[in-house]
Design a binder for this molecule. Structure first.
Ligand code: UT7
Length: 332
């Protein structure tokens, strides 16, 4: 039987207009443009403003643009997966809301949460459905309104994160293209270093949790940094080795955009020169689930059919992993 692969056939993104620069942050917390730039590589990030708007609003814009770009209607979509740590609400799934806002009503949809690794986990999960042969058009959305869970009085975290959404379409192909391989790992003991303290079933929201500012991202930056540098590079190298790839075979490395120093260290270990590494952290910061597809979208015109691409991420959980793609189309 011919093997069915899941190929990315279109990609689109949405970024809020509002820009929060390092200079703006200098007015808000005790920080400097120089510190943020040298320690993270970030110069500015986008923030979704407005009452009553959330992750699904950005995601819906990305999905509408995606469908238009591919020239298909929402009724043709079979399945939609949304990866996010900032769902519109605890339930229903933000994927259900996105489907409703975009007219995707012949599909099933659900959310998947693996923190900053969520998008690559969601991509492979969705690819498996396509590979079954039953699902022909599957949307994967990575979207986060990080500004809704960032404490803008905490200089250690507020300089890092931004808002954004990106969506891609997976379709079956019998060509040797698409999602070719992956390697995922988790270590739940790492949760102590990066989490949100309250709002879940262990510590439901209360006046006390609000007073203690426990509904924001808690991150021990240095500890996370150390694990991220090691694990992102290790998993990337392991995936490459498993598939007999070396740095010269890789057309593009697409690292999660958490810190420029982590990106550079991963590229060095994978032996991929920086001119083949996708980077846009300087303009968007860490948009959690949107970083990797935002890169693919921005570099879309530079990728060619058959290019070997490695996606790699590390995040809360701890979760980490890498995906090997063979890009499925030439720039139009
Ligand atoms: O995407 C999910 C996974 N997350 C990550 O991968 C993030 C990994 N961690 C990081 O990217 C970095 O650890 C940070 C960017 C968060 C922090 O950078 P760092 O180089 O690890 O700084 P640090 O926490 O070691 O702090 C160094 C100094 C401290 O001052 P003292 O104790 O040396 O006097 C901090 O208080 O920098 C201070 N500092 C700041 N100074 C100015 C911390 N944040 C700031 C700030 N502006 N925004």
């Amino acid at each position: 039987m011919t093997k069915i692969n899941a190929a990315i056939t279109a990609i689109h993104s949405y970024l809020p207009d509002n820009v929060l620069t390092n200079k703006d942050l200098e007015q808000m917390v005790d920080t400097t443009d120089e510190w943020i730039t040298t320690r993270t590589g970030i110069k500015e990030r986008r923030i979704l403003k407005g009452k009553g708007v959330g992750t699904s609003d950005m995601a819906a814009e990305a999905v509408k643009g995606l469908l238009e770009k591919r020239g298909i209607g929402p009724e043709e979509i079979d399945m939609l997966v949304c990866t996010t740590v900032t769902p519109d609400m605890k339930f229903p799934a933000t994927a259900n809301v996105i489907s409703d806002k975009t007219g995707i009503n012949n599909a099933f949809s659900y959310d998947l949460n693996a923190a900053c690794s969520g998008f690559i986990y969601g991509l492979v999960t969705a690819a498996n459905f396509v590979e079954l042969g039953k699902y022909k058009k599957v949307v994967v959305v990575g979207a986060d309104k990080m500004s809704s869970i960032v404490d803008y009085t905490d200089r250690q975290t507020c300089v890092i994160f931004g808002d954004g959404a990106s969506a891609l379409l997976l379709e079956p192909t019998t060509e040797d293209l698409g999602v070719m391989g992956h390697k995922f790992e988790t270590d739940g003991s790492g949760r102590v270093h990066l989490h949100m303290k309250a709002g879940g079933s262990v510590k439901p929201p209360s006046h006390e949790t609000i007073d203690a500012r426990e509904h924001y991202v808690y991150q021990e930056g240095q500890a996370v940094f150390k694990f991220a540098v090691t694990n992102m590079a290790d998993v990337t190298l392991a995936l490459m080795k498993e598939n007999n790839l070396d740095g010269r075979d890789i057309s593009w490395l697409v690292p999660h955009q958490a810190n420029m120093r982590i990106i550079e260290a991963t590229a060095r270990r994978a032996n991929v020169p920086m001119d083949r590494v996708m980077v846009n952290i300087q303009r968007y910061g860490n948009t959690t689930n949107a970083t990797i597809p935002l890169c693919l979208w921005e570099y879309e015109k530079q990728m060619k059919k058959g290019d070997n691409i490695i996606l790699t991420a590390f995040g809360g959980g701890f979760t980490w992993g890498a995906v090997w793609l063979k890009w499925a189309y030439d720039p139009s």
